[in-house]
Design a protein around this ligand. Structure first.
Ligand code: SAM
Length: 284
């Protein structure tokens, strides 16, 4: 698939007007209009609501998937809103001075951890479609005094980041929410510099039958996408990533991880390399 050309503005972001656009046509019966709201818009609206409430009920509590060292010094209200399914930064080492981008950064936990590692010479850019999440992540960066973080509202399918400028792209429990994942992967391939790497935490299971709490694309509802329980097999995922403009893909299985709502999903870390980058280095 041909990578998308990113824009330099936040034109793809979901405004509250956009979220409501499908539901406000005066001449259509309400039930028809609601059914036509795309899954992606419903998902963003759900996270906007959670950020407004100040606590997530979705995905994993960070205490279940991050190390104590990673969580040290992070404000508790960021942890309440964190909605990942793994810790991408536990899987790699970052270098001081690198440029890191987080697609679907949410309340910003991975931004904060990355910013401490790349140091003042590095740059960490977060992108999220929910204005409430963006405000939360900006507040967290300010509270921790991390001036190398820049949080932008935008749609990761049309990311407000220049092409070929990113060393490491993170995405934690986000790709699984998109029915059209190759579209997002194409945008990731476009912003990564040659030799850059994406580290994606997602719901992926070893080939065979999905675990009981994981569904597959055909049966998935908007709620399943919002909860990130729509899983793929490793083989399906690898083929999809390679077809989206990457040159190599590696997996690290994190096994079953507990969700806040009691579900158990299979989480994996996917390392997607653009160009002839070095293999992913184990951290520390
Ligand atoms: C499961 S949460 C993960 C958040 C964060 N990565 C974390 O680990 O806490 C998914 C995030 O993706 C954001 N999101 C959903 N659709 C998006 C889109 N089209 N563009 C940008 N962000 C989006 C949501 O607002 C939400 O913050």
């Amino acid at each position: 698939m041909k990578p998308q050309t990113p824009t330099t503005d936040a034109g793809g972001c979901c405004s509250s007007g956009e979220a409501g656009a499908g539901a406000c046509c005066a001449t259509e019966p309400t039930v028809v209009a609601i059914a036509s709201v795309p899954v992606e818009i419903q998902v963003k609206a759900r996270y906007d609501e959670l950020a407004g409430q100040g606590a997530s009920t979705l995905c994993c509590s960070p205490q279940a998937v991050y190390t104590d060292e990673e969580l040290a010094g992070i404000p508790s209200w960021v942890l309440e809103l964190s909605s990942g399914c793994g810790s991408p930064l536990d899987a790699i080492a970052l270098e001081p001075g690198q440029t890191v981008v987080d697609f679907g950064c949410g309340a910003g936990l991975d931004l904060l951890i990355a910013a401490r590692r790349v140091g003042p010479a590095g740059r960490v850019i977060g992108i999220d479609g929910s204005m409430n999440m963006v405000k939360t992540a900006r507040r967290a960066a300010a509270e921790m005094g991390l001036r190398n973080i820049d949080v932008r509202v935008g749609d990761i399918r049309r990311p407000p980041v220049r092409a070929e400028t990113v060393d490491v792209l993170l995405s934690n429990c986000v790709l699984g929410m998109f029915p059209d994942k190759p579209e997002v992967l194409g945008a990731i391939a476009t912003v990564l510099r040659p030799g850059g790497m994406a580290v994606i935490s997602d719901v992926v299971y070893a080939d065979g039958t999905p675990p009981v709490d994981v569904t597959t694309g055909d049966a998935a509802t908007a709620d399943d996408f919002a909860r990130c329980v729509v899983g793929m097999t490793e083989t399906e995922y690898r083929d999809m990533v390679l077809g989206a403009g990457f040159d190599r893909v590696d997996f690290r299985s994190d096994g079953l991880v507990p969700y806040r709502d009691g579900a158990q999903v299979t989480s994996a870390m996917i390392f997607a390399h653009r160009g002839t980058g070095e293999p992913a280095r184990p951290c520390c």
